[in-house]
Write a protein that binds this ligand. Structure first.
Ligand SMILES: [Zn+2]
Length: 263
């Protein structure tokens, strides 16, 4: 299997001409230089990337926007440039468990390239997001034309699937503290930042546990000097310490990303 190129930044002429809509801020592609920093798009050859960019639309989402509900038809894919979103499975009583995270290392819309039509999870932005939107029809057309695009997107689908599978193992077998450390590291990788805006309820949803249990573990990690958490702002102070306190799930999922996407 050919390796993807290391993460690089490519540029594209985009002008953010904002116009409000119900669920997002739509922007159109025209003339100003702005960076595109999506690992999958960066791994494409310029011609193939331009073919995809030509049918894309720059878009922004605020924090806590539901991009898709489980069972909802998927009409568009989103290649994240900044920010991140979480994939949740949702119980009938409304409780949610996080199963994967998507950032600028990936895209939302994997079912499209697997010839599916619906989302299997609820997908919620955890930060403000800038993304490139491509319709399912256009993505399938480009996917059918380009062997390289097929390789990249299908490799990413394996990486995402590995993250979901690891979560299935992690949730029943590993401690709350280990899981908390794992997800904080994943969020850090997805956002490229040590500073995360996460409430106690966000943290509880993150690991599928109760708020009081999560609060206890947050205090422990704070006393160990690994993190600081106050008023919804969580700062990772010692990422290496978090890696030591995490279960093996973080390392295993990272291995898949490194092996298939070289990132
Ligand atoms: Zn685990």
């Amino acid at each position: 299997m050919a390796r993807l190129k290391p993460k690089v930044e490519v540029t594209r002429e985009i002008s953010f001409i904002q116009s409000a809509c119900l669920s997002s801020i739509q922007v159109s592609s025209t003339m100003d230089d702005n960076k595109i920093d999506n690992h999958l798009l960066a791994a494409l050859d310029k011609g193939e990337r331009d073919n995809l960019l030509r049918v894309s639309e720059a878009i922004q989402f605020p924090r806590k926007r539901i991009l898709y509900e489980a069972g909802q038809p998927i009409h568009s894919a989103y290649f994240f440039l900044t920010g991140m979103a979480s994939l949740f499975v949702v119980a009938e009583d409304g409780r949610m468990v996080q199963i994967a995270v998507v950032g600028s290392d990936g895209f939302v819309g994997v079912p499209i390239v697997l010839m599916g039509t619906k989302s299997s999870s609820r997908i919620i932005t955890q930060t403000p997001v800038e993304a490139l939107k491509v319709s399912a029809t256009q993505l399938v057309a480009r996917f059918n034309e380009s062997a390289r695009l097929r390789e990249i997107l299908l490799n990413y689908s394996q990486v995402l699937n590995a993250q979901v599978a690891q979560s299935a193992l992690c949730n029943p077998l590993h401690t709350i503290r280990q899981r908390l450390c794992r997800w904080l590291l994943i969020y850090r990788d997805a956002t490229g930042s040590d500073s995360l805006y996460l409430t106690q309820q966000d943290l509880a949803n993150m690991i599928g546990s109760h708020r009081n249990q999560v609060s206890l573990e947050v205090r422990v990690l704070g006393k160990l000097g690994l993190i600081q958490h106050a008023r919804g702002q969580l700062t990772i102070v010692k990422p290496d310490g978090l890696k030591e306190a995490s279960c093996e799930c973080y390392r295993v999922a990272r291995h898949w990303a490194t092996d298939l996407l070289d990132c």
